[in-house]
Design a protein around this ligand. Structure first.
Ligand SMILES: Nc1c(NC[C@H](O)[C@H](O)[C@H](O)CO)[nH]c(=O)[nH]c1=O
Ligand SMILES: CC(=O)[C@@H](O)COP(=O)(O)O
Length: 140
């Protein structure tokens, strides 16, 4: 059994609850344990994961968040920079699944957060599990 940390940016509470439910379901189905850490927004997720990696307490990570386009360029920054920083961590061999949904509106977010629809939380958890299995296969 591996131990995963779900790092969630609690910007839209109900949507996050749905994403986390999907992620937890996927992790439990694979026989793994999960803890949840909450940060203010998606831009804080990569830094929180980096700090948690240093603790040595977790085998893998799932990033959970919702970024909905507003009026300004800030959407591109939040969506793009959180994804870029998470990708940089995975390139360092850290098993992370990215479940930060970046959408145009709440309807799109709902369809992707719902585990009975597109289940992006569960998808991200399965990606993290797959990367952890690769670290075990390649001896990291
Ligand atoms: N607009 C959204 C944000 N914005 C906040 C940033 O993520 C960050 O917390 C702030 O810039 C302080 O560093 N975060 C989301 O997760 N979702 C959004 O829609
Ligand atoms: C994704 C965002 O940053 C968004 O929620 C902020 O909206 P705005 O661009 O209208 O400030």
């Amino acid at each position: 059994m591996a131990k995963f940390l779900i790092v969630e940016a609690r910007f839209y509470s109900q949507l996050n609850d749905m994403l986390i439910a999907g992620a937890k379901s996927a992790l439990e189905a694979a026989g793994h344990a999960a803890e949840v850490l909450t940060v203010p927004g998606a831009l804080e997720i990569p830094g929180a994961i980096a700090l948690a990696v240093e603790s040595g307490q977790f085998d893998g990570f799932v990033a959970i968040g919702v970024v909905i386009r507003g009026e300004t360029y800030h959407f591109e920054i939040v969506a793009g920079e959180s994804a870029r920083a998470i990708m940089a961590l995975t390139m360092d061999g850290i098993p992370i699944g990215n479940g930060i949904i970046t959408v145009e509106n709440e309807a799109q977010a709902l369809a992707r957060a719902d585990a009975g629809q597109k289940d992006k939380g569960g998808e991200a958890a399965k990606a993290a599990i797959a990367l952890l299995e690769l670290t075990e296969r390649f001896g990291r």
